[in-house]
Design a protein around this ligand. Structure first.
Ligand code: ADP
Ligand code: MG
Length: 696
């Protein structure tokens, strides 16, 4: 086992390395850029590029790449060698400041939602010095933003950075009313990443998994997760070896992988790093997912990051832990003095208001074809956004709204007039796994994101929403001072909590009663991606993103288009794979088995005219019945596919896909799965759930 302190961050051009490798003046101006966002001049960039290249070559790098996050979920990189011919038939390793700060990938093949027409194919990548460069697989990777030549963001990082800037600006306005002037307010994020590991040999035989990431067919295993033996259970030896290599690789990349354990479902696991600022946390999460996929193959395994690879078995999420840090101080810590408590309550009220106002946008930010199978399926939070505060904080909020005195469980009564909070709140470890947005002591845990998503989206929305909450408070309170300020702040909190009380829910989010109650409260319940996406382009949303300086209207519209198209394409691919598998894999296999059964039946009858062939006869009947039902369901699905293809408008097509085609696909699946249980094990053409989930 490697010594963590020796390998940790060894492949990252981090601050310590910069200090070691750069001349003092260069280091200082780079840090100024990182901390204050000042532009970097080319002379400085040239010096940094040279030092970075030397450092990367020592770590085996031969190429560099601008590493960026296009609007599709994956990261992109184009590798260029550090190569410069010298004119005498030789070459040297070179890397200039210009190459470091700007790249020009052909943007025409990335999704852009109409932002850039193909004849303006050029896009450019710009170095994001606030996220460290790193060496991965002999390539120096430089985290970059990706924009069109007209300046629109074509990626997920740029709006995220803008949203972090918005929250910094607005939070500082709020804090200055409390006499606090931090240099920087950052959003901090820690993503708990869930995933499945299954044997590669089984995976290879499942066209559905290979092409869509999830099983489109498959009867439930004889044993699921009902024995509850997997969660935190001993990790399988192969998986353990995989986890060790993963930890080491991540540590080298400066990703502080900290916690790993088995999850609830068989073959499901989780890895959580230590939180960091939102921008780096997103980069780290993307790297983590990439490494998971890659390293699994070293152990004959495949890592499934799909939100719902197996029906009837828990899907995978990515819990997005989120907080705010002012120069390192966590603003979601209730604090010790009345004034700190008042600040905490202000921040809390602003967040609650933000989540209520932007509930649909938050839901939208995690919407995907895959996540639709997970949200609301009694394993993940429902598609309804609500906030969980826990008993203590919930009671305080109730008391504030009612204007009562608060009496705690320990019967400590508090005069909320000076906004005092009991100190036990600090270690409030209340857990409510059913809430989509839960306060967990000193941070919020947003549990809706699916495992496979780029977490930039939901953090961008969350930051923008909360920045707006802060802005509203600062706009209202600026000018009030001293005791007048305290009274005004408290009254703002009360009014705001009262206005947004409907979003607070401390009960069981999985229950049917909650769905009904949420409807009475007027909370949105957008069950599918098709239902969730339109709010992105509602006029209030566009106004929000524009006023907070996060996205322009064309940028918002382009993202809506990309998400919509992606949803439609994915559903279409899934339907086509089902169609193909039904025609070419399942029906031939079931027919062959039926024929074998029929032939057997005839042989038995001939050999023993009075022998009992009831079992063979009823099996044959059931198989023929199953084949017929599959055929009918298949034809129905094909008709729905044709209808979908005929719909021009993408939103209408998405509605059709969600509400007409997907139910037809589910029916086909159910018919095939029903036959799986009666076909001979070695006649079934693909590995079963039993094979894939329970291996050694
Ligand atoms: P649990 O499963 O109990 O929710 P984990 O330990 O698995 O907890 O994950 C908690 C995650 O929350 C970790 O990634 C942790 O670093 C992160 N976290 C803790 N404090 C903060 C914070 N202030 N801001 C953002 N993330 C945080
Ligand atoms: Mg956890």
């Amino acid at each position: 086992m490697a010594d963590i302190s020796e390998i940790y961050g060894s492949m990252v051009f981090d601050e310590r390395t910069m200090q070691e490798r750069l001349p003092k003046a260069t280091y200082k101006s780079l840090i100024k850029t990182i901390e204050e966002g000042q532009p970097l001049d080319l002379d400085v960039a040239n010096v940094v590029a040279h030092a970075m290249k030397e450092w990367a070559i020592e770590r085996g790098a031969t190429h560099f790449a601008h590493w960026f996050q296009p609007l599709s979920c994956v990261t992109s990189e184009k590798h260029d060698a550090f190569l410069e011919p010298t004119g005498d038939g030789r070459a040297i390793m070179s890397f200039s400041g210009k190459e470091l700060i700007q790249g020009e990938p052909d943007a025409s093949s990335f999704p852009n939602g109409g932002l850039r027409s193909t004849f303006e194919a050029r896009g450019y990548t710009a170095w994001d010095p606030t996220s460290y460069a790193f060496v991965k697989d002999e390539v120096l990777c430089i985290p970059t933003a990706f924009c069109s030549y007209t300046g629109e963001a074509l990626d997920k990082k740029t709006p995220l950075l803008r949203s972090m800037h918005a929250i910094d600006e607005q939070a500082k306005r709020v804090l200055s009313l409390f006499g606090e002037t931090p240099q920087r307010v950052m959003t901090t994020v820690g993503n708990e990443q869930e995933f499945f590991l299954i044997p590669e040999k089984d995976y290879a035989h499942r066209e559905d998994l290979v092409l869509t990431g999830r099983t489109l067919f498959g009867a439930p295993p004889c044993k699921g997760q009902e024995l509850e033996e997997h969660y935190f259970g001993a990790i399988r030896p192969t998986v353990n070896e995989f986890m060790k290599e993963l930890d080491e690789e991540l540590w080298k990349l400066g990703v502080s992988a900290k916690t790993k354990h088995n999850e609830v479902a068989p073959a499901q696991h989780e890895l959580a790093p230590i939180f960091t600022n939102a921008n780096r946390a997103v980069d780290e999460n993307l790297l983590t997912m990439e490494k998971m996929r890659l390293l699994a193959s070293h152990y004959g395994l495949v890592c499934l990051l799909h939100e719902k690879p197996f029906e009837g078995i828990n899907g995978s999420g990515k819990h997005n832990n989120w907080s705010l840090s002012a120069d390192g101080k966590n603003l979601l810590d209730p604090g010790e003095s009345p004034m700190e408590n008042l600040r905490f309550l202000v921040i809390l009220a602003c967040i609650i208001a933000a989540v209520d106002d932007c509930q649909e946008l938050l839901r939208m930010s995690v919407a995907s074809a895959g996540n639709d199978h997970r949200l609301g399926a009694n394993e993940a939070p429902p598609a309804i956004v609500s906030v969980f505060l826990g008993d203590e904080l919930g009671a305080i909020v109730d008391a504030l709204i009612a204007g009562d005195e608060y009496t705690s469980a320990e019967k400590v009564s508090m005069d909320l007039g000076v906004a005092e909070l009991p100190s036990f709140l600090v270690d409030n470890t209340d857990r409510n796994r059913t809430s989509p947005f839960a306060f967990t002591g000193n941070k919020f845990e947003f549990r809706m994101p699916g495992s496979h998503v780029n977490p930039a989206d939901c953090n961008m929305v969350l930051n923008t929403a909360v920045a707006k909450g802060f802005k509203d408070f600062a706009d209202a309170l600026e000018g009030a001072t001293g005791e007048g300020f305290e009274a005004a702040a408290l009254s703002y909190i009360k009014q705001s909590l009262k206005a947004h009380q409907r979003i607070i829910f401390n009960g069981n989010g999985y229950s049917e009663e909650w769905e009904a109650e949420a409807a009475c409260r007027g909370l949105a319940n957008n069950r599918t991606t098709a239902d969730a996406l339109p709010c992105y382009v509602a006029s209030e949303s566009i106004a929000l993103f524009e006023t907070m300086g996060v996205m322009s209207e064309p940028e918002v519209r382009s993202r809506y288009e990309v998400k919509l198209e992606k949803y439609n394409k994915l559903v279409n691919i899934e339907a086509r794979v089902m169609q193909r598998m039904a025609h070419r894999t399942y029906l031939p296999a079931i027919n062959a088995f039926a024929r074998e059964t029929a032939e057997g039946l005839q042989v038995f009858k001939a050999a023993s005219p009075s022998g009992k062939v009831r079992q063979q006869q009823s099996l044959l009947d059931a198989l023929l019945e199953g084949i017929d039902r599959i055929d009918l369901a298949l034809s129905a699905m094909e008709a729905r596919m044709d209808e979908a293809c005929a719909i021009e408008d993408q939103q209408e097509r998405a509605n059709h896909n969600a509400h007409v085609l997907l139910p037809a696909m589910e029916r086909l699946r159910a018919e095939v799965d029903a036959v799986e249980g009666i076909v001979g094990r070695d006649r079934w053409p693909v590995p079963s759930y039993n094979n894939m989930l329970f291996y050694v």
